[in-house]
Design a protein around this ligand. Structure first.
Ligand code: CP
Ligand code: NVA
Length: 293
């Protein structure tokens, strides 16, 4: 396995499937163990977090290790200490570092200068830990994802980028329903990617529908433009009805009810968002054991 986990494509198909299986096994086992006894995880976050922070802290606690949350405001990093120096120093003491950054390049610089594994806890480019939880939830509900159709409705953002990596590695079809002006110009349709500017066409036949906020952290200046452009891309129960009869709905959370998703969908029996959020813990326990155990 690659030393760092910066993007989902750092893992092979077999490694991802093994992590998903191990996550499900860990979920069904005694929650506390000694796999990471004596290990220390540093969590360095430039942006807000509920799930990522808590799931990594609880994961380390349940695996017999410890973790601490380090806001960049409180580190000397916030007063201008170079990233390279910070990475060298913290990695000389910690056993792994989770980073949540504004720019993905910050995580890459850390990885180049760190002697221990670096884990991407969300950047502007990608959110690979989220996909481990989403794939675990899909496996629990609908089995193998290979060959299935997955609809992403809404913004082509960091989470969507990682869905596309997952589609390529695990060989499922990703059907993105997004206004054209918010799609990167380099995206080209292929057997794993279909692009639609109509959410109903994207959702047709999908066994998973996923979405995320229209305005990610860092995009706040575009709030008015985005709210207008995405207004037809809301996930509603009518949209879920267009999909496969076994469809599940996932949202990485936090969700804004009434924007990208209705309250009704959040509470619909096809919504697995709470199970998905809990699976952040189990999937990351599997990841930590494989990187550090
Ligand atoms: N889904 C997710 O990463 O949530 P947080 O921003 O709360 O960590
Ligand atoms: N796309 C969102 C995900 C939050 C977990 C953001 O980057 O703000």
């Amino acid at each position: 396995m690659s030393k760092h986990f910066l993007n989902l494509k750092d893992l092979t198909k077999t490694e991802i499937l093994d992590l998903v299986k191990q996550a499900i096994d860990l979920k069904g086992s005694e929650k506390n163990s000694d796999y990471l006894h004596g290990k220390y995880l540093a969590l360095i976050f430039e942006k807000s977090s509920t799930r990522t922070r808590v799931s990594f802290e609880v994961a380390m606690s349940q695996l017999g290790g410890t973790a601490s949350f380090l806001s960049t405001k409180d580190l000397q990093l916030g007063r201008g200490e170079p990233l390279e120096d910070t990475a060298k120093v913290i990695s000389s003491m910690a056993d792994a570092i989770v980073l949540r950054t504004i720019n993905h390049s910050t995580i890459e610089i850390f990885a180049e200068n760190s002697s221990v594994p670096i884990i991407n806890g969300l950047s502007d480019l990608s959110h690979p830990c989220q996909l481990l939880a989403d794939l675990t939830t899909y496996q629990e509900e609908n089995g193998d994802i290979e060959g299935k159709a997955v609809a992403w409705i809404g913004d082509y953002n960091n989470v969507c980028h990682t869905y596309l990596e997952a589609a390529e590695i695990l060989d499922f079809e990703l059907r993105i329903g997004c206004p054209n002006q918010f799609l990167p110009s380099h995206l080209k349709e292929n057997k794993n990617l279909k692009i639609f500017d109509n959410p109903n066409e994207a959702a047709s036949g999908a066994s998973l529908i996923s979405t995320d906020v229209w305005v990610s952290m860092g995009d706040e200046e575009e709030i008015d433009e985005r709210t207008k452009a995405f207004s037809k891309f809301q996930v509603t129960t009518e949209l879920l009805d267009e999909a496969d009869e076994n469809v599940i709905f996932l949202h990485c959370l936090p969700a804004i009810r009434g924007q990208e998703v209705t309250s009704e969908v959040m509470e619909d029996e096809r919504s697995k968002v709470w199970q998905q959020a809990e699976n952040r813990l189990h999937a990351q326990k599997a990841l930590l054991i494989s990187l550090l155990g």
